[in-house]
Design a protein. Structure first.
Lengths: 514, 182
């Protein structure tokens, strides 16, 4: 059987397609599952709402790329606009637009999932071969800290501050091969240097016969209890703005791999599943911190994230699994940095004039699965999420730690980009951080690692899917992406999602009759 | 007094009194609406808009000029680029609910000085400095003010600084690899 990538906005689509397995979403979960299942001889169709952007179609320009590569044209946010929810909408999914950070799911987290969430089969021993496979798929390595083109000045500054304080930190694992340090990872790599699912799982799946349909938005699953399901698909125009046609896909198995919001959204739109669908959403909001060095940093070149402060991070917390926080360097192209910096008018222009002197980082904190996804009668998606008092306390703690690192590294000032802006110039100013209320829509929180929404649990009472991803109340409708995670898997979810997708694919193949 | 009491004790208002009150209330509302329209004034006609009205376009243009004034750290500003028209083009391809929310937000911003500060003025008629201070107060204001400030700031900054014309002023050397021609 010959596979293909078909852009349904530009070529005529048949009104109906039949396959054995229909996968919704082509990212870390969908592409990985497509590869495994097609390689096992199964007839697989993958639906992707985004288009295929590779090479020099990735223009390194904020406006067009956020518009084309992200859900809701880069504007997705919680319903109160407190957290920007960054999710890929492109063939290959989040791996096309992430910072190539690889943080595998830790044994301690898996043990926690077994103990706290009842996923007894998800043991470190059972998952190890699939985790190793995911890391091999990603060609994982660590950037050379002596390579100044890649391990850039912003990361060196963070490292310098960490070491000056005697704190723990690490050079992060990544999945780049042939990186030239362009720095625009968050809006795609025009050199195709990311060994992401787009360049590993997608081509292998196509070789094995999988068919990928782009600009194809799954809107409803019908007949969820029947042997054959029907997935209703709206075809989009080339920019992905408007619907321009329809397609139905019939399949024996439907796999949800759209992302932690969209998989729940599709189930809710389809009226499938129990009361847990759409609940238990974790956003892991990240708090940006900006440091001004008074010297050229040019953080927008080189690898955005290659150093992490891990002093306050725990991977084996007895009640939480992954807990504490970590601080990672980050970069940004001008538009996105300007939208985060708090000053306005001439003061805003002055801040941007000093753009080359910026070193920035993100405070990454795991959260409880406290958010939810709702689909209104009009079809409008709502993501609900509210910070708890305990989270506010933990963000203050993390911001203080990040500010201390930068001061120790010689920063002239550190900005917490909240409204009103908080500036720290010395250790004596750190108390200002304690007064930040973290009110909704006053902090540019970013969420890049959403999990939950279709939680796996051993019992229907506690979750929306069983530990093999089977959605309760449906027959062979499965969830393979981070929607199924009962709690935070990791600070970065690409590798854990791929691990889970390899594992769940193997379980599916073991029980799915020919 | 409960609902049952009202039903059993007959109408509170006579028909004549009710009509009188209704007419007076209607008059106040009309006068109020007329007053608001008078306060807002006429906006210059703008050709080719896909989604925004001329008034909404004016509000957004004035906001852009306040956020990115000429001079200061570098010479260029919003006068160089029609950010409001770019926003109009963006909004035209958004779902109806987003269009409706953001258009309502622009109306609120226009009447913000009256609604939130009790000033007999609209946003577009403030001086540039007052517009900036007014918008700045929204970033720490009520929930709806903060939400609108977040949404508008994000879009305007993203577009303003995604232009090659401004990059040399902020020390950015632009995309390192030439993009494919569309």
């Amino acid at each position: 059987m010959s596979g293909a990538i078909l852009d349904l906005s530009r070529q005529p689509a048949p009104p109906h397609v039949a396959a054995e397995i229909c996968i919704v979403g082509s990212g870390s979960a969908g592409a990985t599952a497509a590869w495994d299942l097609a390689a096992a001889g199964r007839d697989v169709v993958v639906l992707e709402e985004g288009a295929d952007y590779t090479g020099r179609r990735l223009t390194q320009r904020d406006g067009r790329m956020y518009d084309q590569l992200y859900m809701d044209r880069g504007g997705r946010a919680t319903s109160d606009l407190s957290v920007s929810v960054l999710q890929g909408r492109v063939l290959g999914g989040g791996g096309v637009i992430n910072a190539c950070d690889v943080v595998p799911i830790h044994d301690g987290v898996l043990r926690h999932w077994q103990r706290r969430w009842g996923l007894s089969d998800w043991s470190p021993e059972a998952l190890r071969p699939f985790r190793d496979r995911a890391l091999a798929d990603l060609s994982t390595s660590r950037p050379d800290p002596d390579d100044e083109t890649l391990f850039n000045r912003a990361n060196r500054i963070l490292r310098r501050g960490t070491e000056a304080l005697g704190w723990r930190g690490e050079v992060m694992l990544h999945n780049r091969v042939g990186c030239a340090g362009l720095g625009t990872c968050l809006i795609g790599c025009p050199l195709d240097a990311k060994r992401s699912p787009r360049f590993v799982a997608v081509p292998r799946a196509v070789e094995a016969g999988a068919r990928f349909f782009t600009r194809a938005r799954a809107v409803r699953i019908e007949g969820a209890g029947a042997e054959t399901k029907t997935v209703r698909v709206r075809l989009l125009d080339p920019d992905g703005y408007h619907e321009q046609g329809e397609l139905t896909v019939s399949a024996r198995v439907v796999i949800l791999a759209a992302n932690a919001v969209a998989s729940a959204q599709l189930l809710l739109r389809s009226g499938i599943g129990n009361a847990h669908v759409g609940r238990h959403l974790s956003l892991q909001p990240q708090l940006p911190i900006v440091a001004w060095l008074g010297e050229e940093v040019r953080f927008f070149r080189g690898i955005p994230q290659s150093w992490a402060v891990t002093q306050f991070e725990e991977q084996d917390h007895p009640e939480r699994g992954w807990w504490g926080f970590r601080v990672e360097a980050i970069s940004g192209t001008p538009g996105i940095v300007a939208s985060i910096l708090p000053a306005l008018g001439r003061a805003g222009k002055e801040q941007m004039r000093r753009y080359p002197q910026v070193a920035a980082s993100l405070c990454l904190l795991p959260d409880e699965p406290q958010g939810s996804v709702e689909v209104e009668r009009s079809g409008r998606l709502r993501i609900h999420y509210a910070l708890t008092d305990d989270q506010r306390r933990r963000y203050r703690e993390a911001a203080r730690a990040a500010a201390r690192v930068y001061l120790a590294a010689g920063a002239r000032e550190v900005t917490i980009p909240v409204a009103p802006m908080v500036t720290v110039r010395s250790e004596g100013d750190l108390a200002r951080i304690d007064a930040i209320p973290f009110l909704p829509a006053t902090v540019p929180f970013l969420s890049a690692h959403q999990q939950g929404g279709v939680r796996m649990a051993p019992s229907e009472r506690d979750g929306a899917a069983d530990p093999e991803g089977r959605v309760h109340g449906a027959r062979d409708v499965l969830v393979f992406d981070s929607s199924g995670f009962p709690a935070s898997a990791s600070s970065h979810t690409m590798a854990p999602i791929m691990t889970g997708a390899h594992y769940l694919s193997a379980r599916l193949l073991a029980r799915l009759p020919r | 007094m409960g609902m049952g009491d009202v039903a059993s004790s007959g109408p509170i208002f006579s028909r004549r009194r009710f009509l009188g009150i209704s007419l007076a209330a209607g008059g106040v509302l009309l006068a109020g609406a007329g007053g608001l329209l008078w306060l807002r004034g006429r906006a210059p006609r703008v050709l080719g808009l896909r989604c925004l009205t001329a008034h909404e376009y004016r509000t957004l243009s004035q906001l852009a000029l306040a956020l990115f004034p000429e001079g200061g750290a570098f010479p260029g500003g919003a006068a160089e680029v029609d950010l409001a028209r770019l926003f109009d083009g963006f909004l035209a391809d958004e779902p109806e609910w987003n269009q409706s929310d953001l258009k309502t937000g622009l109306v609120l911003l226009e009447f913000g000085p009256l609604l939130f500060d009790g000033r007999l003025a609209t946003f577009s008629h403030l001086s540039a400095g007052e517009r900036l201070r007014h918008f700045e107060s929204w970033t720490g204001g009520s929930m709806i003010q903060r939400q609108l400030a977040t949404a508008l700031r994000k879009f305007l900054n993203l577009v303003f600084y995604d232009r090659p014309e401004v990059w040399s002023s902020i020390g950015y050397d632009g995309p390192a690899v030439p993009a494919e021609r569309p």
